[in-house]
Design a protein around this ligand. Structure first.
Ligand code: COI
Length: 397
């Protein structure tokens, strides 16, 4: 067990000067929107000295870095940026103490689910100070694409990446030691303004918070057990399955809970029309392997275009595998040698068994598998253990 230290004076000054830069970069000036934040956070600079930091002093000491799971461990700061309809664009953001936010009961996100989120990870750099992010501009672009679908303004790629970097630096003491996990970063874009009739909200909030995490599944890195679900669907053609809206997730919780109560790790969903083609798992994309051929369901609006998915496709192709993005049937799955899942939270998770209509099918797992090879290739780049010849990692100093 290692304890995390409070912010050093150097970090504090760096944080403060970073925050000043953010405010200046935004051109100053208030947005004119009503504040989402409690009054103590509403100034143009983070209220670092005026808040009670006693929780901060004690919180980190409780962290058992060797046993991080995917539970929420609150950190010190979050980044908030707002945009009203009059503004038309996000103009300036600021760091605030991590905590509850104030929302109108009639906000668009609470009433109509107008919201998107992203998931990202920051790792402690090997051999020198600082942190690395993995393809953060991909998350920014995916949020922009989703915002278009959900009728919301989105931050620019630079604003998004800048906000994420500030959030990492402000919470640097929560980035797990190398090999113990990552700082999971959760950017949110929500319709925070009040609206009663069904329409886009009049104000939007972009918020980034972070939490240290280890493995997503309770199995750790051990292979998982899935069950194919043909009664509940996570997406349909013309819906929002292809964007990371918050409304894609609550509807699958029941199926997930039912599966867990029967001893499965998670659910593998099928397409809503034919109930025959694989879509994805509740929190990740799915791949099957047959010989040197890897297949994954093509993203045609119902499947989330995962950034880990995209990276694995490229890395596997580089390593000589034939990778097919195509409709993948349940029969293809049953016939596969290996099955694995990909996602920011799950990384690359090998699948030991998939149960289809009560029949359990087993797949290869272990050291000499394709999923293990791809897991090592990907995480070595993400953690800075291998050369990043693709320029995917972004330094945070
Ligand atoms: C992620 O992998 O980052 C996600 O957003 C999935 C989430 C359900 C944990």
């Amino acid at each position: 067990m290692r304890s995390a230290l409070p912010l050093s004076a150097r970090s504090f000054n760096r944080l403060l000067s970073s925050a000043v830069n953010v405010v200046q970069a935004g051109g100053g000036g208030g947005s004119g929107c009503s504040s989402l934040l409690p009054r103590r956070w509403a100034s143009s600079l983070p209220q670092l000295d005026s808040v009670d930091r006693s929780d901060e002093e004690s919180g980190g000491e409780m962290i058992d870095w060797d046993n991080l799971g995917f539970g929420l461990i609150p950190t010190d700061y979050m980044y908030v940026m707002r945009c009203s309809v009059e503004d038309g664009a996000f103009t300036r953001g600021e760091l605030s103490r991590y905590g509850n936010i104030e929302l109108s009961p009639s906000s668009g996100v609470l009433n109509y689910g107008q919201g998107l989120f992203e998931g990202m990870k920051a790792y402690r750099r090997v051999g020198r100070a600082g942190y690395t992010l993995f393809r953060p501009e991909e998350n920014a672009r995916r949020m922009q694409h989703g915002a278009d679908r959900m009728c919301m303004p989105a931050p620019s790629v630079d604003q998004f990446v800048d906000a994420v970097k500030h959030t990492v630096l402000a919470n640097a003491r929560w980035v797990p030691p190398q090999g113990k996990g990552a700082l999971y970063i959760r950017p949110l874009l929500i319709g925070s303004g009040p609206i009663l009739g069904l329409a886009p909200a009049p104000e939007y909030t972009f918020l980034v918070y972070a939490a240290p995490v280890g493995n997503y599944f309770k199995e750790g890195l051990a292979p998982i057990n899935l069950v194919v679900e043909d009664g509940v669907h996570r997406a349909m053609p013309g819906g929002t399955g292809g964007v990371k809206t918050i409304t894609n997730y609550a509807p699958v919780i029941k199926a997930q809970m039912d599966a867990k109560s029967k001893g499965f790790t998670d659910v593998l969903y099928l397409d809503a029309i034919h109930k025959r083609y694989l879509e994805e798992v509740s929190s990740c994309n799915v791949f099957i392997v047959k010989g040197r051929v890897i297949a994954t369901p093509a993203t045609r609006g119902t499947i989330l275009p995962g950034i880990t998915r995209k990276s694995i496709i490229e890395l596997a192709t580089d390593r000589g595998y034939k990778v097919e993005e195509r409709p993948v049937t349940v029969d293809d799955l049953i016939d596969a040698d290996e099955v694995f899942c990909t996602g920011t939270a799950v990384v690359v998770a090998p699948v030991a068994t998939v149960t289809v209509e009560g029949q359990r099918y087993s797949f290869r797992t272990g050291p000499d598998t394709v999923s293990q090879e791809l897991y090592t290739t990907l995480t070595s780049i993400q953690m800075g253990l291998a050369e990043d010849s693709k320029g995917w990692t972004v330094a945070v100093d």
